[in-house]
Structures are given as C-alpha cells and as structure tokens.
Design a protein around this ligand. Sequence first.
Ligand code: ZN
Length: 148
Amino acid sequence: MFDLRDLYQETILDHNRRPRNRGSLADANRHAEGHNPLCGDQIRLTLLTENGRVKEIAFEGQGCAISTASASMMTEAILGKTVEEAEALFREFQEMVTCTGEPVEHPTLGELTVFEGVREHPVRIKCATLPWHALHAALSGTDSASTE
Ligand code: ZN
C-alpha cells in the first residue's frame, strides 16, 4: 500500500478536480492516443503547432487522479513552448519519475515536481508519464496529420 497523503498532494487533487485544457481541438494538426493497461488510463491529446511552437493543446480521456492531473499540468507546462522545449521537458519529467538514485533538483520542471513522489510507487509511474508519452508521440509525428 502506498501513502495517499504523500502522493495525492493538493496540487494534484486540484488538477484532478478541475482539469485544465480538457477537450479536443477541432483544428489540431497533431494528435496521439495513449493507454496504460496497468491502471486503465486512457488519453487522447490534440495539439495545434504553428511555426514550431505549441499554440493550443487539449486532452480528453479517462483515468485515475494521477494521470488526469499529470495531463492537466502537462498541457499548462507546454502551452506556448517550442517543440524542442516540450521534448526537453518530456525527457526531464521522465528522468525525474524513473530516477532511482538520490533525488536531483529539477528547477525547470517547476510545479511538475509534485510528481516526484511517484518514483516510490512503480505502478503509478506509468500513470504520471502516460500523457507525456502521448505528447512525445504527437510531436514526433507518429500519429500526426501535420504537413510540417
Ligand atoms: Zn492511473
């Protein structure tokens, strides 16, 4: 059993209750879907990129509090970022939650560091990283309708 108090911090609970950027973009030029069979989380991400920058982003789907809050906070974090900056955040987030050594500072992740606690709960890591994997897939054009 994991300690809910450690994991479900106030920020996570808030984003789970009121997810930001929820929905689907009609004019998206990139999209991807993600599925975490371990927990049952499902996410569909739509993005509009313009001149190499994330102009709009939205997500929909069903999942646990961790995956929903992670998706919500991710959309806020990468809105307005360049594709390269978004990919860099993806790598850093991934590193933070999978790192097994001493905790390292991640100043560029800002509020996203609330997810650092999931490294103690391997089952939850996939919940937290699912939206980021979908983002990576969307940006690398795996499921993209983009002509860029
Ligand atoms: Zn989950």
